[in-house]
Design a protein around this ligand. Sequence first.
Ligand code: UDP
Ligand code: MG
Length: 333
Amino acid sequence: MIKTVSYIFPIYNESENIDLLYKTMNDLLRQHAAEYLYELIFVNDGSTDDSLQKLLSLEKQDDRITVINFARNFGHQLAVTAGLDFAKGDAVIIMDSDMQDPPRVSFELLDKWKEGYDVVYAQRRTRKDTFFKRVTADIFYRVLQKLSDIDIPRNTGDFRLVDRKVVTALSAFREHNRFLRGLVSYVGFKQIAVEFDRDERNAGASGYPLHKMIKFALDGILSFSWTPLKLISRMGFGLAALSFVGICYAVGVKLMNPAVAVPGWTFTVIAILLIGGLQLNMLGVLASYVGRIYTEAQNRPLYIIESITTKDRQKLPFSIITAKQSHAAITEQ
Ligand code: UDP
Ligand code: MG
């Protein structure tokens, strides 16, 4: 039986890119029409421009398209999660919608899938991002590699193909502060990389300003590593050892050379500031984990869908949603 491939496109203010993306995809899919059936899922993640209107008009012309419209901006990772929840394909391809992940590369991913791999991730050989983005991304991947308990491949984004098996496995992970590429590494299966050169963003601005990047980086580290917590006790031991040295010194001076003047303010004040600062930092580390525990304890839906379009309403996965303990709340369009 001919297999189905689902593409997931998260959309946040991509109005200027949607037409080019669709045209490119459409041409490519026509060339490969004989091999698979295709499904294109666009998840509108609370765009403030006319992305939604553009998507809905494409949806009217093309039976392969489904548009999931979020009630607000929930973030890229949750947009992709919704796509994964609703995708019906035997293989699912996750791609950015700004043409940074070249659509033609997705067929190289499909070739590897045909060879029997379950996860085919596209690894950046080069990337045409700003100097700042390249440097911060590089530092992030190095730190993550050092700290995290699982092997998350470097220089990979979410551009990847996952087999149905992996989608099913991933659907059991309902954590809120998601770092999908880490989860994909975590679930295992047969994984392989395909190298590619990442293009520039076609038009519009990045939806990942610095604060989102920092949150994302923290999600990556904190959801896959205990190291920052372990660091706290190591730091404590280090400081205890230091203070022991200090005590020995003070006692020594008192015994050997009592004539030396009482040490001045400076040392005391610096010590207080240092210890105080460290304690606050360490509390911050604890807070990062506690905050995440709080979010998980609330267990709110991961995302809220305002409307969804789909051709075969029979297959609208309400059952999936109930099966997932209503992690997604939904109202039909
Ligand atoms: N995106 C999203 N929600 C957001 C931010 C981004 O769905 O809150 C989408 C965006 O439309 C794009 C992809 O995620 O398809 C990657 O975002 P972007 O290109 O802005 O990130 P960058 O490439 O700058 O890291
Ligand atoms: Mg981009």
